[in-house]
Design a protein around this ligand. Sequence first.
Ligand code: SF4
Length: 416
Amino acid sequence: MNPEKIKIGIDEVGRGCFAGPVVACAVCFDKENIIENGKFLSSLDDSKKLTRKKREIIFTQLIKFANKKKPLLKFGMGVVDNFYIDEKNIREATKLAMQRALDELLLKINPNNIQSVLVDGKDNFVFTNLIKKPVFIIDGDEKVLEIQAASIIAKVFRDKLMCVYSSLYPEYGFEKNAGYGTDKHREKIIMKEDLTGIHRLSFKPVKEVLNKKSKLLLHICCGPDACVPIVDYKDKYEIIAYWYDPNIHPRKEYLKRLNAFKKICKIEKVDLIEGPYEVKKFLTSIKGFENTPEKGEKCFQCYRLRLQESAKKANELNCEYLTTTLYMSPLKDIEKLTRIGEEISEKYNLKYLPLIFRKKNGFLRSVDYCKEYDIYRQNYCGCIYSDTYPFKIHEKKTATLNLKHSKFKELILKNN
Ligand code: SF4
């Protein structure tokens, strides 16, 4: 290379991406010899203005020039990953990428022979290891051949890198969007779990996803069973409290329980959605199992009905997660409840959370909570078939169990 004519052009790519590194390239030509390639030089342009295909053709040619025995151009590359970008900021990362590109190039030339260092943009970075002060040129990638070559090499190199990432994370479209915030890319990063190890967590749209709470539909069976789950999980999830108690009998008791839960919603500042009171639906769902004991088939059908309706509501409200406060009661079959919950959630494309709220003193804490805030605690599960249904003893004295059931059914259907 002619030592008197070393002009360096520097450019970067990937500054505004949500994912992947920022990449910089520093280029200098052997002007004397490359002049013969005038036609080729006139094909250089701002990398953003070239088609992908054209860019790749020029890139291949540039690399060929660099690999000649007597190189017609020399270049250096600088890559700074998303972790540094998050730790410092994108400006500092860009500066470091440019410095690294320059440092590599300086190993291949004599720094004393540098005529000028031209950099695209207006950052006015100060680089180390340079005698000459770099000149920053706005739209330099439209005006300076060396910057154009640097922008093409950096762009194609980074695109290739993002294609490799795309093979690891095929659903993000990195091979097409190169980590930029296209619609497809934005649609993919809805939840925290959607973020990859190459996402820039400090970038606003990514940060928003990170800080976003997932929506959890919490099926509520009663206030005492709901207080601890709400206290424990309201900071982690955006809780949608869905009251669905279709079978509590009598209606007066239903309203008493609902009011107790409304009091908790007020204390914990949680919005409540009331499901329908539909005893008829419940009776249909347990048909044939009425006389099975609590924790038996009748109750499994009851879990199913409650979770089925809750899953429908969760879908309607775009929730990601589903669970139920039925997990608080020691009288519920946890394994069965989980199996039913998972099966229904799969059908509705929800993630099911088998949170055993009664563990770790959950039940005792709920007793304390109710005492502290004077919350009504019921003494039977809810439906007329509950083992401790309060009117049962009296009923047994006066009629057969079947007679009692039909009498109550009649009464319920009338009132429903
Ligand atoms: S006893 Fe409780 S869980 Fe069982 S069916 Fe009745 S309300 Fe449902």
